[in-house]
Design a protein around this ligand. Structure first.
Ligand code: ADP
Ligand code: GLC
Length: 492
């Protein structure tokens, strides 16, 4: 089974969130399961720099207004995965965030930048750009790669199967209708059943309507995106795909997230040797200027600072959290108003609330290892990875009952303690009272060492493996590669 995975980020080279972790780990798990997997990525500076032994596969020439586009192929050093890279300096040789300029606004030519990515992917997948390798399946991730599915649909002779994975329906790649001509697609694609979305066109919709199968990163989110509450205006499109939409839960990359072998944390530890975790906690408290006190439950939060993550609830609940005896440590970057609010909260509560702004992979490991509990109060959460990392590190997750958080955390109750399933704490309503109550319950459990140890041990024993996800993706690919059995509901 030959699979081309197409996306805009890959850990450890370019990462703005969990998408990178997925594209770093899933290809390796698919290879371990016997598939022949290649990645296709935009030639951002960090990706070109991280590509080992690059060779030019094809001189594409001028495309989408860029004078020189080349297709390179090399190996991602960290994983050994083979990767095609679209080398188009005019569009991708820009430092900083892959999607935004230094002003924090989206690059004004994002339509061309990511249409090019999809166009090259479609041409590799249809055969031709690399005569030596043609995939059986093209698997595109998020709006950045969604156009690959539309270009393949426009190519009547392409036979490759297509899968599109939604990591976050809120980011839709929406562009002005006046730019549609830049895509080089027939005008019939500017139609509500294809790319057109309320007078604009959407790359997310291109993937949703043209891929043979649509997946998302948890079963609960797969159900949620068919509702108006979570569908971000695309729920009707999702519903129209019916049973073609399914959820496959993300996993944890054990090579990166393993407290027993983690070089980024103060002292390694394991479920049978938890003493190191206390050392990590003391080191984190010291590093952040928090009161160094083993008896105070330390809640942590590692997150993009965006509306999605429900961080305003945490800001509102800080007085209640501190009254309950908790400490709070926040690591994040993003929304300027949230950065300011957390900075002010830390200044108002020295020794009890700390914030570390910015993006720092190594420190994220220290935050997760050193904390007692991890807050994930998201308004919506397609899967969520930090709660999975927390579980692996014996850090008890406190999460909102939504999306992938539902599928990965079991709320603590008398019943779930008795039947040996409890792993964390959950709350429903998106308000500070509900969050504060969950924090209160967590603090109470922290005060009962036997209960707390039970939660930690069970969390660390959970198995969210990429192998399980890879098996499900492979089964899906295989269904599509037997055309007689696969109903062709996607558009050509
Ligand atoms: P999302 O993709 O919506 O941001 P996930 O929970 O799936 O949420 O993944 C977030 C990833 O980004 C995790 O690997 C987390 O550790 C990482 N992360 C988020 N914020 C930061 C930060 N400020 N510094 C380092 N890593 C971060
Ligand atoms: C998105 C989602 C997050 C998910 C990640 C990886 O960024 O917000 O919930 O874990 O993608 O699939």
């Amino acid at each position: 089974m030959k699979v081309l995975q197409v996306g805009a980020e890959v850990f450890p080279l370019v990462k703005t969130g969990g998408l990178a972790d997925v594209l770093g780990a899933l290809p390796q798990a698919l290879v371990a399961a016997g598939a022949d997997v290649r990645l296709l990525l935009p030639g951002f500076p960090a990706i070109l720099a991280g590509l080992k032994k690059p060779v030019v596969v094809c001189e594409i020439g001028a495309a989408f207004g860029a004078a020189r586009v080349r297709l390179l192929r090399g190996t991602i050093a960290a994983s050994g995965i083979s990767a095609y890279v679209v080398d188009a300096p005019y569009y991708y040789q820009r430092t900083g965030n892959p999607y935004l300029g230094a002003d924090g606004l989206e690059w004004s030519d994002n339509a061309q930048r990511f249409a090019l990515l999809g166009w090259v992917a479609a041409h590799v997948a249809a055969g031709g750009l690399d005569p030596a390798w043609t995939p059986d399946v093209l698997h595109a991730h998020d709006w950045h790669a969604g156009m690959a599915c539309a270009y393949l649909a426009a190519n009547q002779s392409a036979t490759v199967a297509t899968v599109y994975t939604v990591h976050n329906l809120a980011y839709q790649g929406l562009f002005d209708a006046k730019d549609f001509h830049l895509l080089g697609l027939p005008v019939r694609f500017m139609d509500p059943t294809r790319l057109e979305y309320h007078g604009k066109f959407s790359f997310m919709k291109a993937g949703l309507t043209h891929a043979q199968r649509v997946t998302t990163v948890s079963p609960s989110y797969a159900a949620e995106i068919a509702t108006t509450e979570f569908g971000c205006g695309l729920d009707g499109v999702v519903r129209s795909r019916g049973a073609d939409v399914s959820g496959i839960l993300n996993g944890v990359d054990d090579a990166v997230w393993d407290p027993a072998a983690d070089k980024d944390i103060t002292t390694p530890y394991s479920a049978s040797q938890l003493a190191g975790k206390a050392v990590c906690k003391a080191a984190l408290q010291k590093e952040l200027g928090l009161q160094v006190d083993a008896t105070r439950p330390l809640f942590t939060l590692v997150s993009r600072l965006t509306q999605q993550k429900g961080l305003d609830l945490v800001l509102d609940a800080i007085p209640e959290m501190l009254a309950a005896g908790a400490q709070l440590a926040v690591q994040g970057s993003g929304d300027a108003a949230l950065e300011k609010a957390f900075t002010e909260a830390a200044a108002a509560h020295p020794g009890q609330v700390a914030v570390r702004l910015g993006y720092d992979e190594k420190f994220a490991h220290q935050m997760i290892a050193g904390a007692d509990a991890m807050l994930v109060p998201s308004r919506f959460e397609p899967c969520g990875l930090t709660q999975l990392y927390a579980l692996r590190y014996g850090t008890v997750p406190v999460v909102r009952r939504v999306g992938g958080l539902i599928d990965t955390v079991v709320d603590t109750s008398e019943a779930s303690l008795q039947d040996d399933t409890a792993t964390g704490f959950m709350f429903g309503p998106a308000n500070k009272e509900a969050l504060a109550l969950a924090v209160h319950r967590t603090v109470q459990a922290f005060g009962q060492p036997a209960v707390w140890a039970q939660l930690q041990q069970r969390g660390m024993a959970q198995n969210f493996s990429w192998a399980a996800a890879a098996t499900q993706y492979l089964a899906l690919y295989e269904t599509l590669c037997q055309p007689a059995k696969a109903p062709a509901t996607a558009k050509k």
